[in-house]
Design a protein around this ligand. Structure first.
Ligand code: ZN
Ligand code: ZN
Length: 335
């Protein structure tokens, strides 16, 4: 396949700035890497946290994007897992050291020297990207490029959050009904669980969106659900939702915080945590999450709702996400 010398990319030079459109050299795949022509890249809330300077020590300048669907166009030395022409997905986790204590104890998501796409190594807001082939996933053919993109972070992190709710959780609350929630609600419904969706109070459109995607009940975040919850996932980056979710879960229940960044959690009475309720966070992903989740998304016939933007409209897509004016997930499609 012929690969051009230069590509278009959207680059973050410094926080609190719009991304800049640049012509950059197409990267060359290093040992063990594949070079991908990007066919679609999802826009994740983490990208917004990056632009807003809410994530520590990004490598700047950086090309954001970690929900990448790409076609292999070249391989580096020693890379043989995927053939040129094959379609793969690239998530947030780009590389781990394999040597630190978390890596050696099977918790690569907590690696002390990790690389993350779109944060410490370049991501998919570009026409081409390189990725370590060991961290790429084959994608089920049932999803076209744009509809597959949100599976790679919203889906994966959502799945990891869902997993921590426990198999026994029958009544599951979801606070913040965006890209991750609309995927995980479908998985939960497929597995016979009841999903209760909590949106910004009065956001009837979001509540209707939630009901269309597997929620059996939808209401405002200050409402109590019709039945006590076994577990709740907080996807919205709003710390005040943690005590609200604790108030809605049963004794022994868990509240899982699914985001990479959240505003401060206000103090709350101990009785909300009493009776062995748990609050926990989810950090990054393990490859195992993708190996389990992507086939499950295929079996559950998950339908992602996407809104397409040209690559050069990345700033507009981010602003729409910030304003909550997206139903489903924004996906960039390079020309
Ligand atoms: Zn490590
Ligand atoms: Zn993400």
């Amino acid at each position: 396949m012929t690969v051009p010398a230069v590509m278009s990319a959207m680059v973050l030079d410094a926080p609190h700035q719009a991304l800049a459109e640049r012509q950059l050299p197409v990267p060359r795949p290093g040992p063990g890497e594949v070079l991908l022509r990007v066919r679609a890249c999802g826009v994740c809330r983490t990208d917004l946290h990056l632009v807003d300077g809410e994530l520590p020590e990004p490598r700047l300048p950086i090309i954001p994007g970690h929900e990448i669907v790409g076609q292999v166009v070249a391989t580096g030395s020693g890379a043989g897992r995927f053939a040129p022409g094959q379609r793969v997905g690239v998530p947030w986790l780009g590389w781990t050291c394999g040597e630190c204590e978390p890596c050696r104890s099977g918790r690569e998501n907590l690696c002390r020297r990790p690389r993350f796409h779109g944060y410490t190594v370049n991501g998919g807001y570009a026409q081409y990207v390189c990725a370590d082939e060991r961290y790429c996933f084959p994608l089920p053919e049932t999803f076209d490029d744009a509809h597959a993109a949100p599976l790679l972070c919203a889906g994966l992190i959502g799945y990891r959050s869902y997993r921590f709710c426990g198999d026994g959780a029958r009544h599951l609350g979801i606070y913040g009904f965006g890209a991750a929630a609309h995927i995980i609600a479908q998985i939960a419904a497929f597995e016979g669980k009841n999903v209760y969706a909590f949106t910004r109070p009065g956001d009837l459109a979001a509540q209707e969106f939630a009901r269309r995607h597997g929620a059996s009940w939808a209401g405002g975040s200050s409402d109590l659900p019709p039945t006590a919850l076994d577990a709740a996932i907080v996807f919205a980056p709003a710390g005040e939702l943690v005590p609200a979710a604790l108030a809605a879960v049963k004794p022994g229940g868990v509240v899982v915080c699914g985001g990479i960044h959240m505003s401060d959690i206000p103090s709350f009475p101990y009785r909300l945590l009493w009776e062995e309720r748990t609050v926990r966070s989810v950090a990054n992903l393990e490859r195992r999450d993708g190996e389990e989740f992507l086939p499950l998304a295929h079996r559950a016939a998950v339908r992602t709702e996407v809104e397409l933007f040209p690559l050069t409209a990345a700033n507009e897509a981010l602003e729409r996400l910030r304003a909550g004016r997206l139903s489903g997930a924004a996906v960039l499609v390079p020309g």
